[in-house]
Design a protein. Structure first.
Length: 400
């Protein structure tokens, strides 16, 4: 990969490591340290996610208007200020406000990072987006483990560590990201295009929304592992230590199985649409296994299958969004994709909880398998009517 992409990958890993210091511990801190109910904790976390969605959309628009460097610097200043303030002032109401700030700032950063990765290496196809996806997962693994270690000493060290990681990211961006600035069409308006181009752009945006409908379903299913499935394992008598091992397996596979996935895609999968189809089939297999799981080893098998599926789907969607984006809209399109993912993480726990309470876990898993069929339909239909039929269908040599 070019040096520019490596710098973005390192920045993404540092940024997500900082964010992951705190997110696994939010509920524990609000409930155990601040004495609030689990329902209140859930509302706070939901507020953080909503601000993340708003940040995604604004961050994507800002990328197109003022460029990636300024957008990322703005986002990291907000997150860094919120994190360091949280280390000093963390009573409940202060915690709520600063969590909203952290959610918004992080939301601004992510689509700008993805859009910049595509802009600085346009010929890389799926590779810059796959590298950013891997960096995110490395950050989650390292950050969650480090945050738990710091919390075992003193909880305010988690907030301080969070702030220091953001400071490291700020320094990296300040020193190197300015030179990564790419021409992203800022300052352009639709009145410079011919009418036919305006119509094509509307079609591309509609295609993005159709594709994101299927992406939303994938996230609604995926987030069950962090919500209903975690409770389900407890009800089956599986200890938390073993449940945590499932996520260790997930993170390790994402990092170390990249050569295997790359080989498979280069050998047998010849388009991004086919890559998503393969991932969806694997996702469905994971939930079929879950419907029969009642021992830890079955959950391990399901997690391995699930992780293989996400390694096909997650990098493909931002890649297609980058291909769909008209000139000057790359950031906005990445903001839509990231906000849809966050929306799935918001809707998923409610949907899964209602289904599990009314019908049981097995019915929930089968319902998710059926819902994945919608994702097949959206993947098949999103590019209908586009003049560029090569979107999502390019030869693997240009996208792997």
């Amino acid at each position: 990969m070019p040096k520019a992409v490596w710098l973005l990958v390192i920045g993404m890993a540092i940024n997500v490591t900082g964010a992951s210091f705190l997110w696994p511990l939010n509920t524990i801190y609000i409930h155990m340290e601040l004495g609030k109910s689990l329902s209140v904790a859930g509302i706070v976390i939901m507020g953080n996610a909503v601000m993340g969605i708003i940040g995604n959309l604004i961050g994507g628009k800002l990328f197109d208007r003022i460029g990636g460097y300024k957008t990322i610097m703005l986002g990291v200043l907000i997150t860094m200020a919120s994190a360091f303030t949280l280390a000093l002032f963390n009573d409940f109401y202060q915690y709520v406000v600063l969590m909203l700030g952290l959610g918004f700032g992080a939301g601004v950063i992510i689509p700008a990072m993805y859009a910049m990765a595509g802009a600085v290496w346009p010929e890389g196809g799926r590779r810059p987006f796959n590298a950013m996806y891997v960096a995110q997962n490395v950050g989650v693994s390292v950050g969650a483990a480090s945050g738990g270690l710091l919390a075992s000493y003193r909880f305010d060290l988690v907030f301080l560590g969070n702030g220091l990681m953001y400071l490291g990211f700020f320094i990296l961006a300040l020193l190197f990201f300015r030179h990564l600035q790419a021409d992203n069409g800022q300052g352009q308006t639709t009145n410079v295009f011919e009418q036919s181009q305006e119509v094509e752009n509307k079609k591309r945006f509609r295609a993005l929304l159709i594709m994101c409908g299927g992406f939303l379903i994938c996230w609604i299913a995926y987030v069950q592992w962090q919500t209903t499935i975690s409770v389900h394992t407890q009800n089956l008598g599986i200890p938390l230590t073993q449940y945590s091992i499932l996520w260790t397996i997930n993170g390790a596979m994402i990092v170390f199985f990249q050569p295997v996935i790359k080989f498979f895609i280069e050998k047998w999968v010849h388009s991004l649409k086919a890559q998503i189809y393969v991932g969806l089939v694997i996702f469905m297999g994971a939930y079929v296994v879950l419907s029969q799981a009642d021992v830890f080893t079955a959950f391990v098998v399901a997690m391995v299958i699930l992780t293989l599926g996400e390694m096909f789907v997650w990098p493909a969607v931002p890649t297609i969004a980058h291909q769909l984006a008209p000139e000057g809209k790359a950031g906005f399109y990445q903001g839509i994709v990231n906000s849809v993912g966050t929306g799935g993480r918001l809707i998923g726990p409610f949907f899964g909880g209602v289904m599990a309470d009314l019908f049981g876990m097995s019915v929930l898993f089968y319902a998710l398998v059926v819902l994945f069929l919608i994702s097949f339909v959206t993947t098949a239909l999103y590019d209908r009517g586009l003049s560029d039929k090569k979107i999502g269908e390019r030869n693997v040599e240009s996208v792997s």
